[in-house]
Design a protein around this ligand. Sequence first.
Ligand code: KG4
Length: 334
Amino acid sequence: MLTLGIESSCDDTSAAVLLDNKKLLSSIVSGQDTIHAKYGGVVPELASRKHLEAIHPIVEEVLSQAGVALDDIDLIAATQGPGLIGSLLVGFSYAKSLSYVSNIPYVGVDHMAGHILAIFLEEKTPPFPYISLIVSGGTTSLFICHDFRRFQLIGRTRDDAAGEAFDKVAKILNLGYPGGPAVAEVAKTGSEEAFSFPRAWLEPQSLDFSFSGLKTSVFNTFQQYQTKDAVPTADISASFQKAIVDVLVSKTLLSAQQFSVDTIVLGGGVSANAKLRETMGDACYQNGFKLFCPHPRFCTDNAAMIAMAGYHKFRDGSPTSAFDDDVFSRSTLG
Ligand code: KG4
């Protein structure tokens, strides 16, 4: 079975062709970083216009790279939400049109399900159940993943997502956009102990997150310096990154202990962060947990994971989407 995946939830236009649930035949991700960089963040109107220009050539190219024609495709899977409404509408409407003209069924996919299942694009796959930490620009959530379709939300951020905090701190420190990789790069030469930024543990045993206080603390620290040149950017970045990673690792391990699940899987853009992967790896090793991390190209937004989630939704017997189905801005997964 061949699935054509389409993803356009934020500022990446992406398409992929997946054979069954195993072999990725082709995958293209076209980012818009250079367009949004000068604004320090994604400008929704610009993002949707760029998706509109990119979507058709990218789908044609991804089919050609896979060596298949549209007629060979058995299922179209497109991100239905959550995300920026204008951006989502481009990919989802395009999928509907393709489905209509070619008579190929299509399914709308929750973007979070894509992140949760991205690990199945790898050779080495985890057993069920597993704890899924999804850390991206739009969310920070913990799920127990019982099988390919049942995801139980057990913790979530009460304010900013971890990626949002990275992006905002990068903006404060003038490190450019996208913020996460920029902060991570600068942090390499800084001291993690230079600043004692707050960790929001919330109530005892809570699996929820909060990163807004941390972001404010970084801003207040930045304000203490008289000139830009005096700001210890590397030290602030390293100490901030350590504070985020400490909370993500501790709460993920706590969730595994609370629910007696011994496998942990990362997903979402921030899970490309080397410090998070390394610290989580050490903590899992010390506590006897197994850790699975997708390749960084499957952590950030991509259509391959959408094809994977769509494939399982379809095989599960879920009804295919109707032509009047709409996009949504909040995840359906809780
Ligand atoms: O999953 P994603 O591509 O898009 C969303 O669904 O949000 O995640 C994007 C987020 C951005 O906030 C970006 O700054 C962050 O992931 N990110 C990173 C790294 N690479 C991407 N954050 C920290 N370290 C990284 N290496």
